[in-house]
Ligand binder design. Structure first.
Ligand code: 4NP
Length: 151
């Protein structure tokens, strides 16, 4: 799960997907990162943590890190929140098969529309609630895809 800072959208996505994977007993590796180095080592934004905590998801132990080349070897799929994240992510690698791992996360719930998860950082609490619901729906689709792959 990738966004710009790795303190708002992508740690929320990581927490949401981890909770769903656990519920469905799926043994998958889930992590998040930012394309920037702005918040390396930082805790998630308080508004991201409290929005998730209210839904029963504790993301307070996560820490910001930067997306790197090795992630393209480590992970099968890389979900980005917006088109800027998309461009910054694919720029890290040259191989088309690695670039093809990068997908806009809302194409799970809105196929082919290339919608973005709005950056809530400079807005109010309601932005985080909206992000939560967008990511919750997208992760439901992802869980169904993975379950179908495994069966
Ligand atoms: P995120 O939000 O990409 O969802 O983690 C942001 C966090 C920090 C900044 C921008 C977006 N920033 O400019 O520091």
């Amino acid at each position: 799960m990738v966004c710009l800072g790795n303190i708002c959208r992508s740690p929320m996505a990581e927490g949401i997907l981890k909770q769903k994977a656990e519920k469905h007993k799926l043994a998958i590796e889930i992590d998040s990162a930012g394309t920037s180095d702005y918040h390396i080592g930082d805790k998630p934004d308080k508004r991201a943590s409290s929005t998730c905590f209210a839904k029963g998801i504790d993301i307070s132990n996560l820490r910001g890190r930067q997306l790197c080349k090795a992630d393209f070897d480590e992970f099968d799929r890389i979900f980005v929140m917006d088109f800027s994240n998309y461009e910054n992510s694919i720029a890290l690698v040259n191989e088309p098969e690695k670039q093809a791992k990068v997908e806009m996360i809302l194409n799970l719930s809105y196929p082919g529309e290339n919608r973005s998860v709005p950056d809530p950082y400079f807005g109010g609490d309601e932005g985080f609630e909206q992000v939560y619901h967008l990511l919750d729906n997208a992760c439901d689709v992802l869980i169904e895809q993975i379950k179908n792959e495994e069966s």
